[in-house]
Design a protein around this ligand. Structure first.
Ligand code: CA2
Length: 144
């Protein structure tokens, strides 16, 4: 069974409380539940992680090597700023799928660029919660 680490960056723990017009009305717990259901269907194991702290995200990426087969990551605002997360992902030696709930290209110019994309096998944005499920499906096909 493939093991997938799903990482969520800063402020995503606040989903469902504000800005539903951008991020939808579901909470991160709702997204986790949907990911768990999809993982069962795809015969995957997932671990779901959220942190507001850049260094903690770097540490879980470093520890993923040897334990997980792939990473799904919504780095949130760190997408646009973090060379540290990019470097950790470049060294993790496994497929990485970057997910954004919103279409970052339709939004502020500073959101158009993502450092993390340079380490990603693929990027999914603009499909809300569904983006996480598409990422798991993409990885399931990748491992077939
Ligand atoms: O669209 C996405 O998934 C983002 O990664 C979300 C980040 C944003 O900085 C990226 O540019 C795009 C922000 C997540 C914060 O979400 C909140 C939701 C409700 C209340 C407060 C924050």
């Amino acid at each position: 069974m493939r093991r997938i680490l799903v990482i969520n960056g800063p402020n995503l723990n606040m989903l469902g409380t504000r800005q539903p017009e951008i991020y939808g009305s579901e909470t991160l717990a709702d997204i986790e539940a949907a990911c768990r259901e999809k993982a069962v269907a795809l015969q995957m194991e997932i671990e779901f992680f959220q942190s507001n702290i850049e260094g903690e995200i770097v540490t879980v990426i470093q520890r993923a090597r040897g334990t997980f087969d792939a990473i799904v990551i919504n780095p949130a605002a760190y997408s646009h700023t973090s060379v540290a997360i990019l470097d950790a992902l470049l060294a993790c030696d496994m497929p990485v799928v970057e997910v954004h709930l919103s279409n970052i290209h339709k939004r502020d110019e500073f959101r158009h660029f993502s450092y993390v994309s340079k380490a990603a096998s693929g990027v999914i944005c603009g499909f809300g919660k569904q983006g996480y499920l598409l990422a798991l499906e993409a990885l399931a096909s990748f491992f077939k």
